[in-house]
Ligand binder design. Sequence first.
Ligand SMILES: [Zn+2]
Ligand SMILES: [Zn+2]
Length: 301
Amino acid sequence: MGKKEQSTFRILLFYKYVPIENHEEYTQKHLSFCQTLDVKGRILVAHEGINGTISGTYEQTEIYMAAMHMDLRFHDMDFKISPVNEHAFKKIFVRPKEEIVYLGLEEDINPAELTGKHLSPKKYYKALQEEEVIVLDARNDYEHKIGHFQGAICPPVKSFRDLPDWIRENLSDCKDKKILTYCTGGIRCEKLTGFMLREGFQDVSQLEGGIIKYSQDSRVKGELFEGKCYVFDERIVIPANRTGKESIISSCCYCQEKTAHYVDCTEPGCPEQFVCCEECEESLEGVCQDCRPPNYQSNYF
Ligand SMILES: [Zn+2]
Ligand SMILES: [Zn+2]
């Protein structure tokens, strides 16, 4: 085992497309296992596979990975590991689903049968610099507005399920171009690149392990990624470019100052997340523009 103290927390990000029989029953068993182990996070289980992100102590996450690797279905599961100082979730959810990432295609894709080429961070880094490649961000608008690859096409979609139609409407002239897709941890690209191949795109590749692995790679270190990376846990935003050339591409929705600070609206029941500098967050008590008191006066307006 490593040098890490047991009190150090870690986040595990993982997925695998592999048939899971009786996935609802497996969901229940897996929930009990997670509760006994006392890890927190969100795990989705479908007949097509498993997709999860959890946080726990060093020891808990070691046990979790070892237990998963004992299961023949998950023996080669790749875990993306990020050290953190505390839990990144408040509770544990393990839920049965139809798909482990909802895309909702009229005709589903099985990534084990049809998916784009997987490129390692190093190969992806090289491919990014080729001429005439199309780099396609497979994430949602609230994710790529805080950070994305240089020169990437960032479709203005609010949800992954809207991406196939956006691609049909906007990229149908690019079917002979080399396409490079990416997402946070790699899972969304699995079906998306399969969909693109089925639509007639000739040359489609995906970033293996997503931005997380690309950022952690000791040679690439997130180079050519601008801004920060949105994540689906309590950290919300994490650094992605570790070359020392990190930039900020987003700005405060109130004062337009450059910031990558993402805030969960503090108004009860409001699901809005918004980019806001720490000063404006404090003076507005963390409410979004829709929840802002109508008579709020600021120097900036
Ligand atoms: Zn501000
Ligand atoms: Zn709000």
